[in-house]
Design a protein around this ligand. Structure first.
Ligand code: HEC
Length: 263
């Protein structure tokens, strides 16, 4: 790279920095920092709460799945160890409640019932239909959402219950909704959790408040983004124990080997 090109880039960079500063100075449209939450899956020994994951799946199924796909998940994942651990019978029944397009023996299009091997169904036939139903915004796939956004799970949790009325003087574009946790403060997703008790959980679960539903669906999304997390952490702890013991053994072996040598 010649000196001239380098200088040119430097000048461009500096001028862009200054060009961007008036917008930054306004500050009003920068996303609000999400308040950190305590997740049972946090930390070296973190594990998922099975009941919470089951409740979270129900929130996804009954609320979010109207717009969002999770194409990396199959129904069978819901019964695997380290996840919500629904029973195999429950998973079969769940999958069977969905219909999938298929072809019969003569090649005619038919509908078949779902099986545990099927991926979660997408709510829309394609992206064009998804945009058409959502003010031209595409609801993103939620399979790895907690890893895909800055702020991760805390961001998702705060976003889905962080809706409020736009402040006076804020010009909200038609069809968009005000949410301070979103960059730009207006997004196409309407508040998904609008009232307590929107989902009915089986007996023995905490009341379905907005916060609880948001917490549980986010925990479910953390698991979905890393279904083998518990296995990974358990292996990590075992490896650390092994390495510690090995270090002690090596230390004594070293002492013994060099016992008679002046050093
Ligand atoms: C009525 C349809 C609809 C429902 C129901 C819905 N969403 Fe959305 N969601 C959208 C759309 C549309 C977008 C894209 C928004 C945009 O880019 O302006 C979106 C975006 C998102 C995003 C990404 C935001 C970003 O940073 O880009 C997350 C996370 C999300 N939704 C989570 C959820 C969860 C969790 C639920 C269920 C509790 C849910 N959504 C229910 C339509 C919906």
């Amino acid at each position: 790279m010649t000196l001239k090109v380098l200088l040119g880039r430097l000048v461009l960079g500096v001028s862009l920095m200054f060009a961007a500063s008036p917008a930054m100075a306004e500050g009003a449209l920068v996303a609000k920092h999400p308040e950190p939450q305590a997740w049972s899956s946090d930390g070296v020994f973190g594990k998922f709460d099975r009941q919470q994951l089951q409740r979270g799946y129900q929130v996804y199924k009954e609320v979010c799945a109207a717009c969002h796909a999770m194409h990396l998940l199959s129904f069978r994942n819901l019964s695997q160890p380290g996840g919500p651990e629904f029973s195999v019978a429950q998973v079969k029944a769940l999958a069977a409640s969905f219909k999938y397009p298929a072809l019969d023996d003569k090649g005619e299009p038919i509908e078949r019932t779902g099986t545990p091997a099927d991926r979660f169904p997408s709510p829309f036939p394609n992206d064009v239909a998804a945009r058409a139903a959502n003010n031209n915004a595409l609801p993103p796939d939620l399979s790895v959402m907690t890893k895909a956004r800055h702020g991760g799970a805390n961001y998702v949790y705060n976003l889905i219950i962080g809706y409020s009325d736009a402040p006076a003087g804020f010009s909200l574009l038609p069809g968009l909704n005000y949410n301070e946790y979103f960059e730009g403060h207006q997004l196409a997703m309407p508040a998904p959790l609008v009232s307590d008790g929107q989902v009915t959980w089986p007996e023995g679960n905490p009341p379905a408040t907005k916060q609880q539903m948001a917490k549980d669906v986010t925990a479910f999304l953390i698991w979905a983004a890393e279904p083998k997390m518990e296995e990974r952490k358990e292996l990590g702890v075992q490896v650390m124990i092994f390495l510690t013991l090995l270090a002690v053994l090596l230390f004594f072996a070293y002492k013994r080997v060099w016992r008679d040598v002046e050093h």
